[in-house]
Design a protein around this ligand. Structure first.
Ligand code: SF4
Length: 371
């Protein structure tokens, strides 16, 4: 790990060997990591781009046994709008990321290895303790988020194994910079997957440290694997808000399936990107209209509660009835019956379970510190 990083020695004692599915020994002795789309070939004594996975003595060491952030939120905040609406999502994250977006809203955890101002620190915890906390807060879903979960997939799967053993659902909130190997590794353990599609311009992706094709391939692969998928685009003025770019994003998603929800959400100046204002409501409404013009059945505007009319609600594509009424992250009314429209019986795609829907107890309340 980098000698310059204050946190590196703290994290070095919290690692395990990588899952065999996510590492390949190359003929020259380097280790190829498949946890994210960078596919780093890592020489002995060096780390990958994410700085949290490293080659020590011919073993790929990966993050293990801690969390960097913990919170119980409405699942709509992730956002998932077609998965257990109105329930809580027990959210945990580790530290580090494979990208370095200047507008990251979770930079205190994602950039903690690169940026000395990011102060999140690890707290040791076991999968059993985490899942017990999820049950304590009444959350039917456990979510890996706050840092990029792909790069800490072994730990997420350890937590998800325990969550599933106790009957809970599981989810990833991710930048989607995956590989077929990591998605195969996750498939048995991840129920819901949200991908941030940040741009349709490869030049922009490279500014953030990624490659557009990797993300598009992963979105298609997640959908093919039958994991419930929702896609989000944070619409940033002057970055990705051109009509043609938004249209290409919507068209790409619709080509996979018109039933994949697309969230177009408002940017607010954050972290290093403070040179522009927030996204105007009219831009978001225009983006949502583009989504429906391109054939998507479920397009949502986010981060502007009550500010864009019907765009927070789920409507039946068959008869137009409003099925789920929302205000921000709150579900005000859910009229679905067994996952279908009560008026015309059109099935609405998603993951529904009336036993846990509408049970939200918390609204972004930080959980007690684990000692
Ligand atoms: S997770 Fe990605 S960035 Fe990190 S070592 Fe593996 S391939 Fe490289």
């Amino acid at each position: 790990m980098t000698a310059t990083s204050v946190i590196a020695p703290i994290l070095a004692s919290r690692t395990a060997a990588a899952a065999p599915e996510l590492v390949e020994r190359l003929p020259d002795g380097r280790l190829r990591c498949y946890a994210c789309g960078h596919r780093c070939p890592i020489p002995e004594g060096r780390e990958g781009v994410c700085k949290v996975r490293y080659n020590e003595g011919g073993v790929l060491r990966v993050p293990w046994g801690y969390v960097g952030a913990l919170q119980c939120d409405p699942i709509e905040k992730k956002p998932f709008f077609h998965a257990l609406p109105g329930s809580d999502a027990f959210s945990f994250g580790m530290l580090g990321c494979d990208l370095h977006c200047g507008y990251c809203q979770n930079w205190f955890t994602s950039q903690s290895i690169r940026d000395p101002k990011a102060v999140a620190r690890p707290r040791d915890v076991s999968p059993e303790e985490l899942v017990a906390l999820a049950e304590e807060c009444g959350a039917p879903t456990v979510v890996s988020t706050y840092n990029e979960p792909l790069i800490t997939s072994e730990w997420a799967v350890a937590v998800f194994r325990e969550a599933k053993r106790r009957g809970l659902s599981t989810a990833y909130v991710s930048n989607g910079n995956g590989t077929p190997q990591v998605l195969d590794f996750l498939r048995p353990w991840v129920d819901f997957y949200k991908v941030d599609l940040k741009s349709m311009d490869d030049k922009h992706y490279r500014e953030l440290g990624g490659v557009l094709a990797n993300v598009l391939d992963s979105i298609a692969a997640i959908h093919e694997r039958g994991i419930w998928l929702e896609v989000l685009t944070l619409v940033i003025p002057g970055f990705n808000d051109a009509e043609e770019e938004l249209r290409r994003a919507a068209r790409f998603i619709a080509t996979l399936s018109p039933d994949i929800p697309w969230h177009v959400t408002a940017f607010h100046p954050d972290y290093k990107m403070t040179d522009r204002g927030s996204t105007p409501a009219r831009t978001l409404v225009a983006a949502a209209e583009i989504g429906t013009q391109e054939g998507l059945n479920y397009v949502y505007v986010g981060n502007l509660p009550g500010g864009t009319g019907e765009w927070e609600n789920t409507r039946c594509p068959g008869c137009g009835l409003t099925l789920i009424k929302r205000f921000g992250f709150r579900v005000l009314e859910n009229r679905l019956i067994s996952g279908a429209c009560p008026r015309c019986a059109t099935p609405i795609p998603g993951r529904w379970d009336a036993r846990v829907e509408g049970t939200t107890r918390t609204h972004g309340i930080p959980l007690p510190v684990i000692e």
